[in-house]
Design a protein around this ligand. Structure first.
Ligand SMILES: [Zn+2]
Length: 122
């Protein structure tokens, strides 16, 4: 990447079981030093907390993109955490971010325990 600046904020859950998968995925998709990274229990479970971080990232680093990553078997969701519920929450979070920052691009993913990333269209 030739130009300077931070490209994205990447929001994930804190769950230790997924960090290596997320690290590998980020390495494949973003050059070093081009993204902010936020870990919040449940990923987008607490949309208000996510919005707060996106706001700061945008204000300080002028990000162009938000990447939201929820995952399978998330403790913050417990039994309620079906892929449908995660997809619904990811779409809802994307909509709320879009409403506040229409110029931001948003990519959402559901990460499986087997390390596969499923894109969730907004
Ligand atoms: Zn989790």
């Amino acid at each position: 990447m030739s130009d300077h600046g931070c490209k994205a904020v990447i929001v994930t859950c804190i769950d230790f079981r997924f960090q290596e998968y997320i690290n590998d995925w980020i390495s494949e998709n973003f050059p070093p030093k081009t993204f902010d990274r936020v870990a919040i229990a449940g990923g987008v479970f607490d949309v208000t907390a996510v919005l707060k971080q996106v706001e700061i990232s945008k204000r300080l680093h002028n990000i162009k993109k938000v990447v939201l990553i929820n995952h399978e078997d998330c403790g913050a969701y417990g039994e309620a955490g079906t892929i449908q519920k995660h997809a619904e929450d990811l779409k809802n979070a994307a909509n709320k971010i879009k409403n506040q920052y229409p110029d931001l691009e948003i990519d959402s993913y559901y990460l499986n325990l087997n390390s596969s990333f499923v894109n969730i269209p907004a």
